[in-house]
Unconditional design. Sequence first.
Length: 198
Amino acid sequence: MSRSIGVIVLAAGEGSRFRQVAGADKDKLLADCTGRDGALRSVIEQTLVNLPAALDKRVLVTTEARPQAMRMGQAYGCDIVSIESTGMGDSIAAGVAACADVDGWLIVLGDMPFILPSTIERIVAAMADDAVSVPVQDGEFGHPVGFGRSFGPGLMALSGDRGARPLFKQGRVVEVEVDDPGVLWDIDVPESLIFPQS
């Protein structure tokens, strides 16, 4: 039996720390970065490129202020959900509600362009109805995070800036040990656009 997994790409946050350093008009999701494959793309495109092709139910959650991110999401097969809030909880709830009939949800942060596709596949493989699957790098929880079907109501009830971490207490947490620093690497400031090549 094949499971259908909804991929929720969160791209609504304002990126205020990045803008403080780079300039108020600089959107971190559109900044150029060199991926681990050596190709130069925008942060959001790099994140979308890393999604395994088998994950074809995709939702990009963003705001009207990001038309370029919307176009990029559409180019990579995402349904677009536009929200007014920039809160992570609101984004997750809207994304999950847009594909509520799937067997589980993979929550992907739009500003984490350096996660290996093989890591994403391992997180999806570890997903179960009653479990949260999370990558662990050097003892730290990273992203993306997979939520099984039983978490649907809790995910759709999230609001504001609170993410889904409190839901970890409502089921099993499957820790997937990875050797992938990309699971902890988000783009907060311009310096973080350069990933240390190992």
